[in-house]
Design a protein around this ligand. Structure first.
Ligand code: PEP
Ligand code: MN
Length: 339
């Protein structure tokens, strides 16, 4: 439920309401706004009646949160969340976030080169996989710890935040030591143990949409992370499974405006994993920005033919650079900044 405090409620009154709620076993999330303060309270409502709270000093009203996800819900927090991801970069504000880099980190030379070109083209966050969730156990599985070090070196040198996937609860601490943003991949969107574990970290989480997940399942996955105390969740639409085989997945463009309606969390689009083919990436990227996405994740490789994974969907650096230029006027048209 949401406790809406009166305009003139004092800090002490807010603290007292939180105190009473916690005594009843609720977790509280105060949100102090310019005009009004509200307190989100998550817990078992059978323990106390709304009237008990309404009568407390400073309380204006109490309203239930109707959606199954609470902390992620726009009912609780109306203003869009802007998430700081390091090196002065934010996701969710006027400036669009562009995550770019290879699918997998293959060597220091490869990653240094492609990262430098991504930065020159205007990307503000580096991406790359050190732990790769491959469909075949015989495919390249990533450089693991060595990959994290390579990525860290490039991020440090270029002063850019780095985003990399964590596959396993046992690696969360290790990945958190190197990454600025931890990615939960599509295949792990409902790995609830992993969601809880990253929820205990104080690092932004990029939560990809599951291969065949509904918006509600996706937001419930975000809720798992947030309910552990980590509210820095960024959603990523990366295409869903449909009957269509012309593309690797089907980019669900409607996920963007729907997410904007249901949640305050930022959402970015990943046209690379959605299409599976580099030539469709620019059109989908443009559509995502036009639809209101807060950014993009794009796979870029200096030599896609030789990429250890996802080469077919990776843009060459020159193509990525032209795409960024083409995206600029679209970003401006929807009131955002890109370059
Ligand atoms: C990736 O980002 O390289 C990846 C494996 O993504 P997804 O989980 O969306 O397939
Ligand atoms: Mn990939």
């Amino acid at each position: 439920m949401i406790i809406i405090m009166k305009d003139d409620a004092t800090e002490e009154q807010i603290k007292n309401v939180e105190h009473v709620l916690r005594d009843f076993g609720f977790k509280t999330h105060p949100i102090v706004g310019e005009a009004k303060s509200v307190i989100g309270a998550i817990g078992d409502k059978r323990q106390l009646s709304m009237n008990q709270i309404t009568t407390l000093k400073g309380v204006e009203s109490v309203v239930p949160i109707m959606r199954p996800y609470k902390l992620a819900s726009k009912e609780l927090k109306k203003t869009p969340s802007v998430i700081e991801v390091g090196h002065g970069v934010t996701v969710g504000g006027d400036q669009l976030a562009v995550f770019a880099g290879p699918c997998a980190i293959e060597s220091q030379e490869q990653f240094t080169e492609v990262s430098r070109l991504c930065k020159e083209a205007g990307a503000n966050i580096l991406r790359g996989g050190a732990f790769k969730p491959r469909s075949s156990p015989y495919s390249f599985q990533g450089l693991a710890g060595d990959g994290l070090k390579i990525m860290y070196n490039s991020g440090h040198e270029l002063k850019m935040p780095i985003c990399t996937e964590v596959l396993d609860t046992r690696d969360v601490e290790l990945v958190a030591n190197f990454a600025d943003i931890m990615q939960i991949g599509a295949r792990n969107m409902q790995n609830f143990q992993l969601l809880k574990e990253v929820g205990k970290c104080n690092k932004p989480i990029l939560l990809k949409r599951g291969l065949a997940s509904t918006m509600e399942e996706w937001l419930m996955a975000a809720e798992y992370i947030m309910s552990e105390g980590n509210e820095k969740v960024i959603l990523c639409e990366r295409g869903i499974r449909t009957y269509e085989t012309a593309t690797r997945n089907t980019f669900d463009i409607s996920a963007i405006p729907i997410a904007k309606e249901l949640t305050h969390l930022p959402i970015i689009g990943d046209p690379s994993h959605a299409s599976g083919t580099y030539k469709y990436v620019p059109a989908i990227a443009k559509a995502a920005i036009a639809a209101g996405a807060d950014g993009l994740m794009i796979e870029v490789h200096n030599c896609p033919e030789k990429a250890a994974s996802d080469g077919a969907q990776s843009l060459k650096p020159e193509k990525f650079s032209s795409l960024m230029k083409e995206l600029d006027p679209i970003a401006k048209a929807v009131g955002r900044k890109l370059l």
